[in-house]
Design a protein around this ligand. Structure first.
Ligand code: HEC
Length: 256
């Protein structure tokens, strides 16, 4: 047996002597042109991997991911944003021809064709040529796909309302709320909680009421006349009830 030439089989009557074994040549037959997978090649791969790993580690330490409040599955007003590598698909679903009644197009058909083509690429593009310039059709489609993904990701970032996203995920201090109090029951009755949340923690539709610094009279005014995006006329009780409610809101989080 010669080094690097593989084993020679002898004595098998089914294999003609002249037939070359269907085994690729050993790397040692191409001196200077190739290298051993183990350990040379793997070592290089691992070194590159280590550099990236340390790089990502430094990035995560330097820029910790921003935490939001604890996820609340009952809060349907919260609009989540996918991670950056899915933003292009997310953006696609915003266009009128790929959303609403055409949701199937944006959610299944377009991504299905794209990923299906990727899966079938070895069969669709079976030519022996390897240089990108000599394979205009596959190269063209690939460049088109990359341009499309970059454009959609860019659009998604540019059109996202980052301020609203930050507000809806804001961490608010949890404040114990007396749900047996007359004021709380009045808030429930007057639909305040549907926007401001069961624990008055706020949500996508309205800010938290746990950290406001308003006098009862000011709160009463807002409850009746609204403010900004809060509609007027939410409160529909008596003046006596309004006083109870306003004092309750004003005293949230304060020692009585
Ligand atoms: C339709 C949703 C909705 C309902 C119902 C609602 N609010 Fe509001 N509320 C809002 C929004 C939105 C704001 C923020 C207004 C702004 O500053 O633009 C707000 C603001 C407030 C503020 C001022 C908060 C601050 O930080 O200045 C108070 C106080 C308040 N609401 C009390 C109430 C009370 C009491 C009720 C029940 C009678 C109620 N809200 C019902 C949506 C609502």
């Amino acid at each position: 047996m010669h080094r690097g030439k593989g084993m020679k089989f002898v004595g098998d009557s089914r294999v003609p002597v002249s037939r070359k074994p269907n085994i690729p040549k050993d790397y040692s037959e191409f001196p200077g042109k190739t290298e051993a997978f183990w350990p040379n090649f793997l070592l290089k791969e691992w070194m590159v991997g280590a550099v990236f790993l340390v790089g990502y580690l430094c990035l995560t330490i330097a820029e910790p991911s921003p935490l939001e409040r604890i996820a609340d599955p009952t809060d349907t007003g919260y609009i989540p944003l996918p991670d950056w590598y899915f933003l292009f698909l997310y953006q696609l679903l915003k266009y009128s021809y790929a959303s609403g009644p055409y949701n199937v197009i944006g959610a299944f058909i377009v991504p299905g064709i794209a990923f299906g083509a990727l899966l079938l690429a070895p069969f669709l593009d079976s030519g022996p040529e390897r240089r990108p310039a000599r394979r205009p059709i596959p190269t063209g489609f690939m460049l088109l796909a990359i341009a499309g993904i970059i454009f959609l990701t860019w659009e998604s970032v540019a059109t996202h309302d980052w301020k609203a996203a930050e507000a809806q995920g804001k961490i608010v201090k949890e404040v114990p709320i007396d749900k047996e109090a007359e004021g709380y029951k009045l808030m429930e009755k007057n639909t305040c909680l549907t926007c401001h949340g069961e624990n008055l923690q706020g949500g996508a539709a309205a800010p938290a009421l746990t950290e406001i610094n308003l006098k009862p009279e000011e709160i009463a005014k807002i409850a009746k006349n609204g403010k900004g995006n809060m509609p007027a006329g939410v409160f529909k009780g008596t003046d006596e009830e309004l006083k109870t409610l306003s004092e309750f809101v004003a005293n949230i989080g304060k020692d009585k």
